[in-house]
Design a protein around this ligand. Structure first.
Ligand SMILES: Cn1cc(CCO)c2c3c(c(-c4ccccc4Cl)cc21)C(=O)NC3=O
Length: 290
């Protein structure tokens, strides 16, 4: 019949998760393995266009960036009936962009320890991407997805059975870097600029010598936005003052945490810490068990 397609045969479409110029993302149940996936369905890009290069970049990047707890996992990609599909891990907690919008309304905000946990996990994801000699180039709240470990959703009454053997420490909330559409090689980059609100100035000057530090800059502004519940400018005087390293301190967080964020958005990419350095930073490392 007309809609014989792998998409319809293999998956049951549960609901739409999002829309964009890129296409649409659906929450899908795989009929055979019973697992839920996020599948992006987009029009097949015109051959030789920027869209085709981005679409191929995304699949190449996912294929290289196998399995990591802080990078959204890729399962498969295929093309049929004039559409391209990419099947990724489904994260059940929405994106950080959703949380930021929510917090702006409810005036809620992350505690310093939650914000530290978020930054630490995103740094581990970036460290992995950079270790594969790749750069993301579109780090922002909307591209960091949240997965809440069902094990920790148990109601307090049920308690958590204390098990005998030493249990592998599990996070209740996992943050995962997703949307690899702008990913490129750190060494031989083909730069497709990401969201200008999170873009460091050197990228606008086509200085591609420190692309891993561009990701650090974007992550720094991402955490700043989450902590400050503010709307980052897309241009203008405030955009430029932030790129001069003039980042007003976030009043609800420690001097050390503010200093760390400021170091991540230094004007000179050379002065920004690498993901490797950040992963060992005393402000981020989980407190040694007392
Ligand atoms: C809009 N949207 C909402 C979600 C669910 C968050 O709870 C989502 C996901 C993804 C993606 C996605 C982004 C970029 C490329 C491909 C995909 Cl599937 C988009 C998503 C993805 O790769 N995994 C997701 O959970």
């Amino acid at each position: 019949e007309i809609n014989t397609s792998r998409y319809n045969e293999e998956f049951h479409e549960v609901c739409k998760l999002g829309d964009g110029e890129f296409g649409s993302v659906f929450k899908c149940l795989h009929r055979l393995d019973g697992c839920t996936y996020a599948i992006k369905k987009s029009k097949t890009p015109v051959a030789g266009s920027v869209y085709e290069r981005n679409a191929l970049n995304e699949v190449y990047a996912h294929a290289v960036l196998g399995k990591h707890p802080h990078v959204v996992r890729y399962y498969s990609a295929w093309a049929e009936n004039d559409y391209m599909y990419i099947q990724n891990e489904y994260c059940n907690g929405g994106s950080l962009g959703d949380i930021v919008e929510e917090n702006k309304k409810t005036k809620r905000r992350f505690s310093e320890s939650d914000l530290t946990q978020l930054l630490f996990q995103a740094v581990l994801g970036l460290r992995y991407i950079h270790s594969q000699n790749l750069v993301h180039l579109d780090i922002k709240p909307g591209n960091i997805f949240i997965h809440r470990n069902p094990k920790f959703l148990a109601s307090p009454e049920s308690g958590l059975e204390s098990c005998e053997e030493e249990e592998e420490f599990e996070e209740a909330v996992l943050y995962k870097i997703g949307d690899l559409g702008h990913v490129t090689s750190a060494a031989n980059p083909v730069v497709e600029e990401g969201d200008c609100r999170y873009l460091p100035k050197e990228l606008l000057n086509d200085d591609f010598d420190h692309l891993t530090k561009a990701d650090i800059f974007s992550l720094g502004l991402t955490i700043y936005e989450v902590g400050g519940n503010i709307n980052l400018p897309k241009n203008g005087e405030l955009w430029h003052s932030i790129r001069r390293g003039e980042l007003p301190a976030l009043p609800n967080y420690s001097v050390e945490f503010n200093a760390l964020l400021r170091s991540m958005v230094c004007e000179d990419p050379y002065d920004r810490p690498s993901a490797v350095t950040l992963a060992q930073h005393p402000v981020l490392c989980p407190q040694e068990k007392k």
